[in-house]
Design a protein. Sequence first.
Length: 296
Amino acid sequence: MEWETVYENNLTMLTAIAYRMLGSLADAEDIVQDLFIEVQQLDMVHVRNMKAYLTKAVTNRCISFMTSARKRREVYVGPWLPEPLINLTEQDPMELAVKDESISYAVLVLLEQLNAVERAVFILRETLAYSYSEIARILDKSEENCRKIYSRVNKKLRQELPAASPHTEKEEALVQAFILASKTGNFDDVIRMVADDALLIMDGGGKVRCALRPIIGRQRIMALLNGIVPRGYFEGEILPVEVNGQRGMVLVRNGSPVLAICFGWGAKPGEQKRLVRIFFISNPNKLERIQPLKAL
């Protein structure tokens, strides 16, 4: 068996599944690499569908990994947010490939409330369009059980799933307004786009000073933004980038990324889309990959 061909044909797909399951590209890559090391030592002559075999293997490895990951997150300082995938003009081809098939960052955050099996069913069905029979074989469950799990998850998430991003023009207007506000300290134009019940969530991982609980509500978000500008929080250069396929920003200081900013949009019936989630990721471990830094 030409393992190099198998590796090249399946690497992107397997890494994309693992990243969606774990919210960490580093952990996803480790799991996929360990899987390929192991399967090369096995007798695979009876495996008829290598893609299906590898998909099942990587999904179940992620389910097992998530048990220990959840325990680690119980002692994590402040809210835990996924590692953002930043699209820059120069970037590792693997990261670009995974990003091209990625779900939005806001959805990735929302999936954190699911258990490992629920998350696997939702990802395989909703974002990869696997059939229920395929999901059943991957998870060693009945097709009917997978249907029930998906239905239950869909009901659980339906009220919270963010709306699709608005047109690029509106996203771009938000980014430009935010960049200007970070320099002037006047966030009025940004706040006009924020929903009354929006959340701002900050992840510094205990390594960077930030709010340890979500900031709830438009007025409190405005107060926080107005309060951190005079302290030099946005000192540096803010670059417009893509974060998991949507417009966002990276704050660069002394040539290094110190903050990634991205958003989730939502809308009530008959209303325009507004920001319902704002994410600040400043944990340096989650920003290591976004170099070299050049704006799109």
